[in-house]
Design a protein around this ligand. Sequence first.
Ligand SMILES: Cc1cc2nc3c(=O)[nH]c(=O)nc-3n(C[C@H](O)[C@H](O)[C@H](O)COP(=O)(O)OP(=O)(O)OC[C@H]3O[C@@H](n4cnc5c(N)ncnc54)[C@H](O)[C@@H]3O)c2cc1C
Length: 304
Amino acid sequence: MTDWRDEIARRVRGECRRDEPLAPRTSIRVGGPADLLVRPADPADLAALLGAVRELQVPLSVLGGGANTLVADAGVRGVVIRLPNDFGEERADGETLLLSAGAPIGRLAARGHALGLVGAEFSAGIPGTLGGATAMNAGTRRGEMKQLLTRVELASAEGLAFVPAEALRLAYRRCELPAGSVVTRVELRLRPGDVAASRAAMEADVAHRRRTQPLHQPSFGSTFWNPPGRFAGQLIEAVGLKGHRVGGAMFSDLHANFIVNLGTASARDVLGLVRLAQARVEERFGVRLQTEVKLLGQLDPVEV
Ligand SMILES: Cc1cc2nc3c(=O)[nH]c(=O)nc-3n(C[C@H](O)[C@H](O)[C@H](O)COP(=O)(O)OP(=O)(O)OC[C@H]3O[C@@H](n4cnc5c(N)ncnc54)[C@H](O)[C@@H]3O)c2cc1C
């Protein structure tokens, strides 16, 4: 009998890698391999892949830049898709940009600035791709993707289609993408403005991040959403967990809402810290911290 991986590799023109380690493709550098990591060559190839995945009933996941993802130690069953940086045609039409979902988030402000457009200042220093930023409604106090997104191109086994941004019900770090769909391109509207001032604001934000975030260590950024009216980092610090270690993972002593990988962290270590903080904060403040990060793959029963 043909292995499903052989069958997918036969039908797809893009790159297919078996048992591909995912830790190096995430910013926290934790977790096991993907059964099959596929980088589709173009939209038609992605459609062929999605059709094959459905027909063969193989589990499907999408990885962007891996800046908000924790991969399980046992890895990820089925197909993991990673889009190339340039995927589908990009366009600029007046104040509206159509960009590839696999592109780094920084492309948005850079393209805008080149056209005399501003409005994406909030994206300064946020790592990852535009697809991931859409799926997470990434942002900061300055703004979020929701304010700029007008339409999103989605691929499914049925093909490619644009959907209006409102259909995704974007909210604080949330987006309701239809199950099994992949964002292939994003359409965003910027505005004409002072490019020098926009650049200066972004540079200042990046400098601020360098002072206040442990950017020299692998992490996935903030671990928990800020509960209404409170800061998760302050709650973690208040229960004495700033600088606390489990195995190779630690709540950063620079920014307590960041978990950093000291070099040998496993997903189990990271989740150990997550649970510890949830339990202590709930006990002391009656607030249940919710994780912002996405888990990819199945946890070992002992981790659940
Ligand atoms: C140092 C650091 C600082 C950070 N600061 C911020 C910040 O200020 N604000 C903020 O909002 N976030 C921040 N983050 C988190 C992260 O950068 C964002 O969440 C970012 O949007 C993740 O993008 P990604 O491409 O890496 O997504 P991934 O981690 O790869 O994926 C995240 C989710 O998006 C889905 N996804 C990715 N691409 C697609 C696609 N094409 N189609 C469908 N689904 C897709 C994945 O399946 C997953 O569910 C920070 C992270 C780090 C490491």
